[in-house]
Design a protein around this ligand. Sequence first.
Ligand code: PLP
Length: 380
Amino acid sequence: MAARDDDPARRAGAILTIDLGAIAANWRGLRDAGRADGRPIDCAAVLKADAYGTGAAMVGPRLTAEGCRQFFVAHLDEGIALRAVVPDHPICVLNGLLPGTDGDFVEHRLTPALNHLGQLNAWRAAAQRFNRPLDAIIHIDTGMHRLGFSPDEAQVLANERGRLRGLRLALLMSHLVASEEQANPVNGEQLSRFRNFMRTMPGAPASLANSSGIFLGPDYHFDLLRPGAALYGINPLPGQANPMLPVVSLHARILQTRRIDAFQTVGYGGAWRSARPSRIATIAIGYADGYFRTLIHRTHVYLAGHRVPVIGRISMDLVTIDVTDIPENECQLGATVEVLGRHVTAEDLADHARTNAYEVMTALGRRYARLYVDRPETAS
Ligand SMILES: Cc1ncc(COP(=O)(O)O)c(C=O)c1O
């Protein structure tokens, strides 16, 4: 990857490139998948964890320009930060209403997902105190057993609709446990519990499908799709071809190369030993940048089209690669290697690190130079 003199990447040890046009195209594709059966379904965007590591401050405005009109984050502070760049559209804070924060929600025009009766009561009290109707998003637990109204609490709400007085019921939502496993019967069980609850709140807009949930078919679409991962290129259909466009690539620079004799060790703990005279390159990335220590001896990078094994322990700031078989002129100091991208996807890296692509993305480090592109071939 070339870096021009005026390029912020010039000084950087590693460069993260994020294609906003690809995120926009992925959003359009998901929205259109939801509309395939002809209903005018809306598609929101989940931007929690800094838009899965890609930068909510950039992604929010880009998706707004694309037509996205509803956003979800996890934390109140994420919502406040997003409000600064998405001034006009509803932002829901999924983690809900913590005691003493109702004023912050009202001030920044954020909507908490109400996860239990206590939060509903507090939000109704806020509506009274601020003397205005506030939007209510009711999160029903249909099987995740993590956040949301329990079946008993949902029954109380169904029987006592007055508990919503002073509030405008903006959305009923629930979250799927295993939507990426299309044959898992829990999907259908959650769907039927969600429908049962919806019957007690006729006319309220509803949302169930995350990224993989969209691919479970129209029964799961309701009024609002709620994708996160797939926007950022993560495959919503594990084991099948990825229908999403790739969004991120990560390149790290070669800092130094050296020759070592046979039977020498490399890195902390002497965890790798050369079987032959070898050439080793050290690149500027480490576990402090989200390159997991569990990748030891399980992954590779790409250098000028060659697959190059990562060897030795992952350090905080450095990784060593075995370039013995790579022509020397391709291992120049300052050259970049692909750590994540077309050759090594987030799914590959996740598999090598024994985690999932969500964790790879949300662990993406803060020290990279970030280049935002909006590639014409992916934009509308
Ligand atoms: C409540 C809720 N809705 C939607 C999403 C988006 O899910 P995904 O990233 O799988 O599309 C999440 C993410 O975990 C979530 O917690």
